[in-house]
Ligand binder design. Structure first.
Ligand SMILES: Cc1cc2nc3c(=O)[nH]c(=O)nc-3n(C[C@H](O)[C@H](O)[C@H](O)COP(=O)(O)O)c2cc1C
Length: 450
């Protein structure tokens, strides 16, 4: 592929109440859509109609049970379908779009995750993707017998062993291991089974996966960690990364840094695609887009805005006045949860001296905010794409489904007109859409050697 042929990859992050904390209050958001498979299906079909590479469901296995006066105003993973179950249902009502979901390495076992995503890859004929996260809130930890999350380094140590083990499990079988030989009465060829004997710091496993190698060879691995440890794990194992640079310069630095780490693991830069996280608001006119952004700002409840900011700054800000600058001495020394989100807030407080209200309204949890006409939006996407900051984009949309309808109707055709986006799906699997090779399976085993 020449540089001129290179095209943008698009993923869509599903939030039935919109990615904006006040999205659920918008008049176009339907009450009850959060747990309606019909609503998910509508969005998946719409994204597929827009030829997106990937439909993605983020997740945290937690419910917040404190500060109910605030949390009851903000649907942050409070009423959602479990991703794998939902994606399996969507596999039956979509044909080409990739289906990705989050599963945490901190509160699962490798065997379960390997099995579930291998099943999804079979169910969807090669469209499954696993977003590897280490979890970034203590609410999740408390559902699994811990008082708080283990420290960051410990979580990533477990994550690394976890992912390596899942990769081994997905290579339990060679591609043609199941022979169904009635004549010889052989269901599978034992020389093509690769049992796993693993004893590590975090896991012990003696066995193998009871499901054959998947249509994609193995499901696509996604990561979105922005810390050093997160980038290192991605450089070693990820096929796709959601970047969290909030401006061109940061996104470019992230992109170059991540890809430069891959050689250490014998990988070339093309083996991993970086999708920059962008929050997109498009209008027929610039004013219409601005009005849409302002409408949501006005709907944002001050208590919710303050809580959301405090959550990611890892400190309580509820005693501060809404219209005064946040004092610098309220910034904790370091972050243990979302390091990139933390850094984004600290920068706004230190460099821009903004009031609590202003920080809260601007803060976008790691996504660059892009708003304007289709031309203005595509100009920015193109600048990032050609400017060494992204291989594509992860769209979070403040309101849904209306935001996705706008993107498919206005942004996708403009990208296509510029030759930057596909006009039809060419391949069948998510790896095909992303231009990623199917990983070769394990080599044939000499039975005598075992
Ligand atoms: C687009 C995007 C999607 C993410 N989805 C999830 C998610 O579903 N669940 C989760 O716990 N973290 C999610 N994260 C957070 C990160 O994956 C990561 O766990 C977090 O940033 C902490 O790791 P770090 O310290 O390496 O940055 C997401 C981040 C981005 C940018």
């Amino acid at each position: 592929m020449t540089v001129a042929d290179r095209q943008i990859h698009l993923s869509f992050s599903v939030h039935l109440t919109g990615s904006h904390p006040a999205g659920w209050l918008h008049p176009t958001t339907e009450d009850g859509s959060d747990v309606s498979i019909r609503s998910y299906r509508h969005l998946a079909n719409l994204a597929e109609h827009g030829l997106f590479d990937l439909f993605f469901i983020a997740d945290t296995p937690a419910l917040r049970i404190d500060s109910l006066d605030v949390w009851s105003r903000y649907p942050l993973f409070t009423n959602v379908l479990e991703p794998l179950t939902c994606l399996a249902a969507l596999a039956g009502s979509t044909e080409r779009i990739g289906l990705g979901g989050t599963a945490t390495t901190s509160f699962n076992e490798p065997y379960n995750v390997a099995r579930q995503f291998a099943s999804l890859d079979h169910i969807s004929d090669g469209r499954a993707a696993w977003n590897v996260v280490t979890s970034a809130n203590n609410y999740a930890a408390r559902n699994f017998g811990h008082a708080a999350l283990p420290p960051h380094a410990e979580r990533y140590s477990r994550a690394q062993e976890f992912v390596r083990l899942v990769l081994k499990l997905w290579d339990t079988w060679e591609d043609d291991a199941f022979v169904y030989d009635r004549q010889e009465v052989r269901f599978y060829d034992p020389a093509k089974l690769h049992p796993i004997h693993h004893e590590g710091k975090h896991f012990r496993l003696d066995g193998g996966l009871n499901i054959q190698r998947t249509p994609q060879g193995r499901p696509v691995i996604i990561q979105a960690g922005a810390s050093d440890a997160g980038k290192e794990l991605a450089a070693e194992t990820a096929d796709l990364v959601f970047g969290s640079g909030t401006n061109l310069e940061k996104a470019r630095a992230y992109y170059a840094d991540l890809k430069s780490r891959m050689a250490r693991y014998g990988r070339s830069a093309e083996e991993l695609k970086v999708l920059a996280g962008v929050s997109v608001t498009v209008g027929e006119s610039e004013q219409e887009a601005i009005d849409k952004v302002e409408t949501l700002k006005a709907l944002l409840h001050p208590a919710v805005a303050t809580q959301r900011l405090g959550m990611d700054l890892e400190t309580d800000l509820s005693d501060l006045p809404y219209d005064a600058p946040i004092p610098e001495d309220r910034i904790p020394k370091s972050a243990n949860l979302h390091t990139a989100y933390f850094a984004e807030i600290v920068r706004m407080i230190r460099e821009e001296k903004l009031t609590l209200r202003q920080v809260a309204q601007r803060y976008s949890r790691g996504s660059a905010g892009i708003r304007g006409t289709p031309k203005q939006v595509c100009d920015q996407l193109e600048e990032w794409f050609h400017g060494g900051a992204a291989d594509g984009f992860m769209f979070s949309l403040p309101i849904q489904p209306a935001g996705l309808e706008d993107v498919v109707r206005l942004v996708v055709p403009e990208l296509q007109r510029r030759g930057l986006f596909r006009k039809e799906y060419k391949g069948a699997t998510l790896r095909d859409h992303l231009g990623l090779a199917r990983p070769p399976g394990p080599g044939r085993r000499a039975l005598a050697a075992e």
